[in-house]
Ligand binder design. Sequence first.
Ligand code: ADP
Ligand code: MG
Length: 693
Amino acid sequence: MRPEILYPLFAPVTTLSGVGPRIAKSIDKAAGPRIVDLFWHLPNGIIDRRHAPRVADAEPGVVATMTVRVVRHQKPGNPRRPYKVYCADDSGTLALVFFHARPDYLRRVLPEGETRVVSGTVEIFGREIQITHPDHIGTLEELDRLQAVEPVYPLTAGLTLKVLGRAVRAALEKAPGLDEWIDRAFLARHGWKPWHAALGEAHAPADAAALEPTSAARQRLAFDELLANQLALALVRANMRRVAGRGLEGDGRLRRKVTQALPFRLTGSQEKALDDIAADMAADARMLRLLQGDVGSGKTVVAFLSMLNAVECGAQAVLMAPTDILARQHLAAIEPLAAAAGVTVALLTGREKGRQRKTLLDDLAGGQAALAVGTHALFQDDVAFHDLALAVIDEQHRFGVHQRLTLAAKGRAADVLVMTATPIPRTLMLTAYGDMDESRLLEKPAGRPPVDTRVMPLGRLDDVIAAVARAVDGGGKVYWVCPLVEESEALDAAAAEERYGKLAQVFGERVGLLHGRLKGADKDAAMQAFAAGTVDLLVCTTVVEVGMDVPAATVMVIEHAERFGLSQLHQLRGRIGRGTAASTCLLLYAAPLTETARGRLAIMRQTNDGFRIAEEDLRLRGAGELLGTRQSGMPEFRLADLAAHAELLAAARDDAGLILGRDADLTSARGRALRTLLYLFERDAAVKYLRSG
Ligand code: ADP
Ligand code: MG
């Protein structure tokens, strides 16, 4: 149960005075529906209202806070003219200007003869010094609050800073003092304040530096959020481990048959990954391992050999893919290997229906089917296994932690191996998986030299065409990638067709064209012609990013490379360098380059390492954009900025481990404070894993 002290924070913002349903709706759009959402809605700017000149010294265009006497209200003769309130100090007269004014309201807040504090942007109109619609009007008692640095919040249409600012202030008044959950020494070392004070400070930036993720208050809040995330993951993991695993150690007879039948030798990385996995499977604890490697690094064979280990022990193993198509591709890749071992593989996707599905389910439940490949159809309620020992999940960021665990729950303490094709930066991996064990396929399969990447301006197109001609004459195959144009397939296709037309003038029949607008059969024909060698130069859009496998292709030209993201460039470049011949990638850009684009191209030139590229992509773009977090199942953070707070994440990870090592059920004083932290960041589900409530 959520601790009582947090109840008010999870109440809707309408419980704040001055916030009705209409304002609440706009606040919901900007920040969220509850009071706690306003806590996490941190300012992104400041207005400095400390400048307090005499009226005569006020400069136009500058925000000023002035203390003045209200002299006289002047109603306009013509309703289209503004209402004016003349004020003065010893130095001069200040006109406050109001369009569509409500005179009774203005008489109330600006009574003649009284002293008032007004703040806004100064204008000179004719000979008058004026402020149109002052941002603030207050009494002398409010001077301190008004003549200060005011936080500026991200807004949405229909929500003014004044209204949101007031709501945030009201929300902050409800923030309770909470017992400290951060280790005292750690807190002191960073000079961080208690949670309540840090929250207040984050909402009261004294200067621009206070808005930076490196400010003490923001670091503290980010650490809180990361610690909640890491602690929750550690609890899930500890719970999985609590269910005793089983030792699985096959005799290798099936695996030997397959490795002998392979037309290649396994790479060192593959051998190492297989050893790691075999050791995990042999151990009593449950395996929870991530297998990462670029497209083409050879994950499938690693997964399949591990599955055979389970089969050698008389148990079952499944491989789950995110889509029907990928499941079928996996099956096609695996079937020849399975044939070598003399085992069959069942397929279960959404497309298997009726009798066929019934038979499959019977075989899985009875144990006649030892291996299965499929989609999430594999973990529907009516799917039962005779003895599932290993679940391999080819995830591509599309499954959540929940689904992973559901599949694992179908087995008797089944081991779990998760495969990802896009390398996940270490920082992101930690937030999504916690301290999961990890194997990386770093080496390219034998004899594949790295791609030589060069960057040049589009102005040198003629040189590029000449170089391509030389490559083609020498028997090379070339991809020519045309860029995305405003996310429109039609425009992409047009750009590709135009380039195709130009290149056809030079290369004639040797040029092919492939883009998303072509009919399925025409696409297949274009790919076939390129693969078979009747076409040497394939002009294409990013459709080649997925699925094309032509090992003879050794050159890739990417036009307007500055328009592509780093990971996308890497995926594209992965289409070449798949054979044993040296490959070249030419990145053509249109000047001038933005700072970020220049950075991206430089990294592409420097490295072929997908892991390094993923890290740099995170640094250059931020986590959200990198993976499109919303669809990806990756956690989103309100306070932590993974690019800026990577060190805090690592510290939170270490801390979560230490905490659970000492106080596995969070029953000490600090443990209880940590429970509150978990609730504060809505990791309620993780608290359920604790043994005592
Ligand atoms: P991934 O799943 O990591 O994208 P795959 O498992 O599909 O990669 O492997 C890509 C290609 O490389 C396949 O054709 C596979 O047979 C081949 N391959 C795998 N391992 C090796 C190796 N050690 N040496 C040569 N080729 C390999
Ligand atoms: Mg694969």
